[in-house]
Each structure stands twice: as C-alpha cells, then as structure tokens.
Ligand binder design. Structure first.
Ligand SMILES: *[C@@H]1O[C@H](CO)[C@@H](O)[C@H](O)[C@H]1NC(C)=O
Ligand SMILES: *[C@@H]1O[C@H](CO)[C@@H](O)[C@H](O)[C@H]1NC(C)=O
Ligand SMILES: *[C@@H]1O[C@H](CO)[C@@H](O)[C@H](O)[C@H]1NC(C)=O
Length: 363
C-alpha cells in the first residue's frame, strides 16, 4: 500500500521529504564536502539515513524508489541501506544495449547507433528532432571523411545527439588528422537556434547558451550539463560563479580523426555537471541561496595514441599505401617507357622501306 502510494507521488516530493527528515539539521549548511571517490563510486555516508531506514515503513519507501529505477544495481541498494547516499555509483556499471550498424551495406553507416536500450529513438525530449539517435557513440567513425562532413555523435551522458564540425588539421607522430569540435549551434540558446527549443525542460524554462538540462533523463533531478567553466556559454552563467576561467585549450571538447580510416587518434570529451539551484524557502539554510547553475565538477575523458601505436599505424597502413602509390607511378612510368620504346622500334623498322618505296618512283 505504502509502496504504491510512494510510486504515485512526484519524486521531488518524496526526496525533499526524505532529505528534510534525514538531513534537516545538516542543511543549515547547504553544502557538504565529500571526497571524490565517495561522490563517484562509494556514495557519501549520511549518518541519519541508516537510523531512518530502521523505522517501520521506510523499507517500503525505498522499494518504491527502487521501483523507479533510482537504486541502480543490488549493490547500490545495499549501500543505500548501509546509510550511504547514492551519488554516482557508476563503477563497473553497464550501459545500453546498443545496436550498431556493421556498415556491410553502406560503409558510411559504419558503427552508427541504430538503437539504444531497444529503441530506435530517444524518449526524453518533446519532439522527434531532439529524440533523434544520430551517428556513432563517438569512439569509432566511418572511413573516408571529408573536411566538409559534419560528424554526428550520440552521447548518452548528455542524453542526446550532438554534432561536430571540422576545425583544422593536426599531426600526431607524422600522421595527419583532422580536428572536429562541437558546433556552437549544438548548445546554442533556443532563442537563437530554435531547433534547440525541444531541449527545454520543462518546456517554458529554457536554459541559455552552453547548458543542457538533464532532468528528463535523470528522474527529474535539477541536473544541468554544460561545457566546463561554461566555455562558449552564456556570460551570465560565468559571472554568477566566482573562480571560473574558460579556456579553449582546456575546456573544449574535440576529436582528431585520421580521415582515411576514421580512427580517432586523440580526443577529449569534457562535460561539466551543475545543479540548477533554486530557492527552497521551506528548507532551513536554503532560503538565501541565489538561483544559479552551480558547478559540481567537470570530467575530462581523454585518449591519445602513443608513439608505439602510431608507429604500428604507419608501418601497417601508411607505408603500404605509400608503397602502392609509389608502385603505381613506377608502373605508369615503366609502361610509358615501354610504349615509347615500342614506338621507336616500329618507326625504325618501317622508316627505311617507306622512304625507299617513296623514293622509287622519283628516281
Ligand atoms: C570498481 O569495481 C571493480 C570490480 O567490481 C572493483 O575491483 C574496484 O575496486 C571498484 N573500484 C571502486 C573505486 O569502487
Ligand atoms: C540528426 O541528423 C540529421 C541529419 O542526418 C540532422 O539534420 C539533425 O540535426 C540531427 N539531429 C540532432 C539532434 O543532432
Ligand atoms: C585533460 O586530460 C589530458 C590527458 O590527461 C591532459 O593532457 C589535459 O591537460 C587535461 N585537461 C585539463 C583541463 O585538465
């Protein structure tokens, strides 16, 4: 009964009730410091949570929450029951399943995501445009890319597809690659790029440039993804928080692709996670918080080819290809030489009889 009741309540109501009950006194300070490891993997201990969970009925609340997919794996549930608040317990977790195109019928579709979690489009957003599953998962790309080509990536952390455009050529250990960076239009203010209107959540609360609400795919939590330090974002987000200094060198997402093979030789995926702070008059200690996008952390996922792999790439692919190219010209040269020789020999054999024959009647 209680379980059904919990399942029918708005999540924010359950959570704020749970939070006030367990952390009321702690909330006089709205911020708590936790080690990164606890934030990312272990969950942060909330002493009151354990005693709360011993009260009758709270087991049912927990099961109600878990019924909404909030608890993650059984191991996460175990942690919750041990009084650790599940923050982002992504260690050893699985994502997907993804269905990927092999490129057998159309090489341009190589490793494209055809479906995610059994569906060929997303269902987080308000329109079919925003729900499109576009491109690959960002690890592999189709071969034979042109500079003018736009790269589409489905990014499950952002719960949407994004696109990147060519910026410039970059070389690694003698291999030339092309750098692609996200087009500004991707996270542009919906007032400037109306395509992005369907990413407003709720519909009448659009964020400005550089930010994307993740609440539709995070159980309604006020989580906002952005570029680190609001790089390329709306200046008002930057000015609202002290200590930020956006810098293209560090805070821009990029990918360097070898065009012939579509292999990514260097890449950095950078996402900042923010909390969309609101003034909760009803919670002690929260009534003076300004409504800002409060940065919690940013991730820097990078991968770069090392010199050994680059050498292997050159030996196995670039050298044979340049040998083929060289051999081609060699064969063309040889063929032309033989043709020329044949022509000369023909001329030599036929020139004497014809001149003689031509001279005969004159003599
Ligand atoms: C992550 O999971 C693996 C396998 O379960 C485990 O060996 C490792 O210690 C875990 N790491 C953290 C930080 O929890
Ligand atoms: C998906 O790809 C199409 C082109 O194939 C493009 O027009 C559209 O903008 C993309 N959608 C998103 C959300 O990136
Ligand atoms: C991101 O990680 C890469 C590789 O470890 C490093 O070279 C780069 O400086 C990092 N960027 C930032 C902003 O920390």
């Amino acid at each position: 009964m209680l379980q059904e009741l919990v399942a029918s309540l708005p999540l924010s109501m359950i959570l704020s009730g749970l939070v006030s009950a367990t952390m009321g006194p702690q909330l006089r300070r709205p911020f708590v410091s936790v080690p990164v490891r606890q934030l990312l993997f272990d969950g942060s201990p909330v002493p009151a949570l354990k005693s709360l969970l011993r009260l009758p009925g709270t087991g049912a609340i927990l099961d109600g929450l878990c019924g909404r997919g909030l608890c993650g794996s059984p191991r996460d549930l175990e942690r919750l029951k041990n009084g650790r608040f599940p923050s982002m317990m992504y260690n050893n977790s699985l994502d997907g399943p993804y269905t990927i195109d092999t490129g057998k019928n159309d090489i341009d579709r190589f490793t494209r995501v055809e479906s995610y979690k059994g569906k060929s489009s997303l269902d987080y957003w308000g329109s079919s445009y925003c729900n499109m599953l576009n491109g690959t998962d960002g690890i592999t790309y189709p071969p034979h890319m042109e500079r003018k080509d736009r790269i589409f990536i489905f990014n499950k952390d952002l719960c949407r597809s994004i696109y990147l455009d060519y910026e410039r050529d970059v070389e690694y250990f003698g291999i030339s690659t092309r750098r692609y960076v996200p087009a500004r239009a991707v996270l542009e203010d919906p007032a400037v790029n109306p395509d992005n209107k369907c990413f407003c959540a709720p519909e009448d609360h659009c964020l400005r440039a550089g930010a994307l609400s993740l609440s539709p795919c995070q159980f309604g939590a006020p989580i906002v993804a952005s570029t680190p330090h609001f790089y390329n974002g709306d200046p008002s987000y930057l000015e609202a928080v002290d200590g930020l200094a956006p810098d293209k060198r560090y805070h821009e997402t990029f990918i360097d692709i070898e065009p012939l093979t579509g292999l990514a030789l260097n890449g950095g995926k950078k996402i900042q996670i923010n909390i969309d702070l609101e003034r909760f008059g009803s919670l002690d200690g929260m009534e003076r918080l300004p409504p800002v996008l409060f940065p919690v952390m940013y991730t820097n996922e990078t991968a770069v080819v090392n010199s050994a792999l680059a050498a292997e790439f050159r030996d196995r692919l670039q050298r044979p290809l340049s040998l083929v190219a060289a051999a081609r010209w060699l064969l063309v040269a040889l063929g032309s030489a033989l043709l020329l020789l044949a022509g000369l020999m023909y001329l030599r054999r036929h020139s004497h009889p014809t001149t003689k024959a031509g001279q005969c009647p004159l003599q």
